[in-house]
Write a protein that binds this ligand. Structure first.
Ligand code: BGC
Length: 759
């Protein structure tokens, strides 16, 4: 206490404000900010208040408000409080000058942008970043994005997307952290910390936006924007935790989702927006609608016209209208007619102003930075490291990888081997293709440096039916010692928003190319670029090595070459299940058991008797994933001891009180000859409980580095937070149960310990 007081005095003497030294969440309840907000609010007219509740996009995109040319007039009249997709110091400063000097009350604009996996420095896509299982790295990458964006006037990102994605068909699975709420929460917090830093008021910090609240990832049939039906227990257990974690980490803003959740559009869902987000979690920032989503209440069928839509959205808790152009024209009338109390408007404005004050925009409305001409060396280094950690080695028969370059001829074939633009993924903010080093360029220089030779042939396009390039590709393969095939999806057309797929195979004639090259008999390394988990059955049966590369960002080539040639070992792990067939979707590891599990039955062939048939199974496909959650190989071999625990029992009463916990451990050994990073995972299963619980649930993970021949004891703690769940009475508590615990390399392996949670 005394030390704290002395420290505080020092800071005050140095003139450091409380806001600057405060914890990341301190802006949520800062008396200075609150009194400035109140004072300002008293001076505002109703029109000026409504202006703070509107954001428009600069530039062309679809939507009713896009492309209008009167932003400057609106800003000067105090009728527009935010603009997104406007970037660059001079452009944002010029617009800000209008807000600060021409409008009646100098209220700064907040400039937003979708900074999803980097600003100028494009990191791997979020699904790839998740595969690193490295929150510290994700935090650093987000910090780089914040620094670059804020320099150009952008202080608000529409990220992180923390939707749980259990369906491989959904295009936006690429923007997610995958299917698990525990890992998803850890990564969600990392993004927020990176963007917002230790203080939002730091000029290098940007406000995060946790999206899409909530249930968007459960779109039926994986079709984007589609309805989601999520029972409340499942909502609370699986879909809400990453969002709540971001509130606890201080996320300044939220975005409501497009879809109807349990029959109520997320844009008018008072249960999620007000009851859960504000009342239960105490969120103090503001909620922006998704793009044009308030207007979409009309086709969704809950609003007859724009006036009704605007009223329903604001009353449910959507503070800011993105692009529907409905708050501007209708809120005044709705207040005057008594449909919307002015106190509701005041509260929304208060939330927006709170964030603007917290960002320090009132005191420093302009950016003093300028766009840099390129990417700083240390940021490139981080982008390379992130990419290397994100690659998941799915198969490596006969130790085909790493490849030897020395004196060898390597055929590099495929439409993604040398396509710089594709490496930027589906949604790079200000990423530029010219910053990208492709696989062809990096592999060629690394292999030539080792007196080897790379023969390149494109073979085919990403999306083409023509096999005109096959002959050259096959000829190159024949002349080589080994073939690297760079195949996969079109990042912009097949992944991301509005890019759901009903087929998850390699697109168009890429499968045919794969088969033609494999037929040469040369060893093939398949590098798969994708934003969806793909169906890779044929490859798994015929190709010795498969590496999931996702879309790796600016350092795609150097990172891939390092891993393919063995300068570094693959260490990524899947955060989504790779299906054997689209018909298995939604497919996720943390499912419930049924009363008729198919354990012990050979599911690789159709049932031959009733005992095999009357099970929870398909008659024509296996139940399991081809490559499961948590899975990934490395160049070494890793052995796990059985799981052990500090005690065989603990009481639910003590666990609930926070006075007890269990320690579980395993010894993890590098039994091979190469150094390796291992992602050690902790899973649990509870039985004998009041509601069914998943067959396995992730409750911890640690990324460790092991030199050959060394081992490490890895310990996890299981306490209240890890063991509680929403029970039959909808209470989030620890119940007496039989507890199975695995410290394991993935979601299907490991030797468990059996424990008891006593009453
Ligand atoms: C997307 C959001 C995005 C917004 C603004 C919408 O179409 O669903 O994720 O933040 O556009 O660009």
């Amino acid at each position: 206490m005394r030390t704290l007081r002395i420290l505080l005095c020092c800071f005050l003497l140095l003139g450091v404000t409380v806001a600057q030294i405060s914890a990341p969440t301190a802006w949520t309840n800062n008396p200075q900010i609150e009194s400035r907000v109140d004072a300002l609010l008293k001076q505002m007219t109703l029109e000026e208040k409504i202006g703070q509740l509107i954001t428009y996009s600069q530039g062309a995109r679809t939507g009713p408000g896009t492309g209008r040319s009167d932003y400057k007039e609106l800003v000067a009249k105090g009728q527009l409080g935010s603009i997104f997709n406007l970037t660059g110091a001079s452009a944002t400063n010029a617009m800000q000058k209008i807000a600060m000097e021409q409008s009646r009350l100098p209220i700064p604009l907040i400039f937003g942008l979708d900074i999803i996996h980097g600003f100028r420095t494009t990191f791997p896509v979020p699904l790839a970043l998740a595969a690193t299982w490295d929150p510290a790295l994700v935090e650093r990458a987000s910090r780089v994005a914040a620094r670059e964006a804020s320099r150009e006037g952008v202080r608000w990102t529409f990220s992180p997307m923390v939707d749980i994605a259990r369906d491989a068909r959904w295009g936006r699975i690429v923007e997610s952290a995958g299917e698990d709420p525990y890992l998803g929460s850890a990564l969600a917090v990392a993004y927020v910390r990176g963007y917002q830093g230790s203080s939002l008021s730091d000029p290098g910090s940007i406000a995060a936006c946790s999206k899409h609240f909530v249930g968007y990832g459960a779109a039926e049939a994986g079709r984007d924007y589609n309805t989601a039906e999520i029972p409340v227990r499942l909502l609370r257990q699986v879909f809400l935790p990453p969002f709540q974690a971001t509130v606890d980490a201080g996320s300044a803003t939220f975005m409501s989702a497009f879809e109807a959740l349990n029959g109520v559009p997320a844009t008018t869902n008072a249960f999620t927006l007000t009851q859960i987000l504000r009342k239960e979690w105490g969120f103090r920032g503001f909620v922006v609608s998704d793009f044009g989503a308030i207007a979409e209440l009309i086709p969704q069928g809950v609003a007859a016209n724009g006036m009704v839509a605007a009223g329903k959205a604001i009353l449910a808790g959507v503070d800011m209208d993105m692009e529907s152009s409905l708050y501007g024209p209708h809120l005044t009338e709705l207040v005057k007619s008594g449909v919307v109390p002015e106190s509701v408007i005041d509260e929304s404005v208060r939330r927006v102003l709170r964030v603007k004050f917290a960002l320090g925009l009132f005191d420093h409305p302009y950016t003093e930075g300028s766009a840099s001409n390129g990417i700083a060396a240390e940021d490139l280094e981080l982008a390379r490291k992130a990419a290397e950690e994100s690659f998941v080695l799915l198969q490596n028969e006969g130790g085909v990888l790493p490849m030897k370059a020395n004196g060898k001829t390597i055929a590099l074939i495929g439409p993604l081997a040398d396509d710089a633009g594709q490496m930027l993924g589906s949604w790079s903010a200000k990423g530029e293709a010219k910053d990208v080093v492709t696989l062809r360029s990096a592999l060629t220089s690394q292999v030539e440096a080792a007196q080897g030779h790379v023969l390149y042939a494109q073979g085919t396009g990403i999306l083409t039916a023509s096999d005109a390039g096959f002959a050259d590709a096959v000829a190159a393969a024949r002349k080589s010692d080994i073939v690297v095939l760079a195949l996969g999806e079109d990042a912009r057309w097949m992944t991301g928003e509005a890019a759901s797929r009903a087929h998850l195979d390699l697109p168009d004639n890429q499968q045919a190319l794969l088969e033609a090259i494999t037929a040469t008999g040369k060893p093939v390394v398949l590098v798969v670029f994708s934003g969806h988990p793909l169906v890779l059955n044929w490859a798994a049966q015929h190709v010795p090595a498969i590496l999931a590369a996702w879309f790796p960002g600016v350092q795609a080539g150097p990172a891939l070459s390092n891993v393919l040639l063995g300068a570094s070992s693959p260490s990524g792990r899947l955060t989504v299940s790779f299906p054997r067939s689209v018909g298995q979707e939604p497919l996720y590891y943390n499912h419930f058991n049924t009363g008729r599990p198919a354990d012990g039955v050979d599911l690789s062939r159709p049932p031959t008797n009733d005992g095999e048939k009357y099970r929870s199974r398909y008659v024509d496909e296996q139940n399991s994933a081809l490559f499961p959650f948590g899975y990934g190989l490395t160049y070494s071999t890793i052995a796990y001891s059985p799981t052990t625990a500090s005690a065989t029992t603990a009481s639910a009463k003590d666990l609930n009180a926070g006075s007890a916990s269990l320690k579980v451990t395993a010894e993890v050994r590098n039994t091979g000859s190469r150094p390796a990073d291992e992602v050690v995972q902790l899973y649990i299963r509870q039985t004998g409980t009041s509601v069914v619980r998943p067959v396995r649930e992730l409750k911890g993970f640690q990324r460790i580095t092991l030199a050959p021949g060394t081992s490490q004891k890895v310990e996890f703690t299981l306490g209240r937070d890890q063991l509680k769940f929403w029970n039959i009475d909808m209470k989030d508590v620890v119940e007496p149960a039989q507890l199975t615990v695995w410290v394991a390399p993935d979601s299907i392996r490991g030797t468990p310990a059996q424990l008891t949670i006593a009453p």
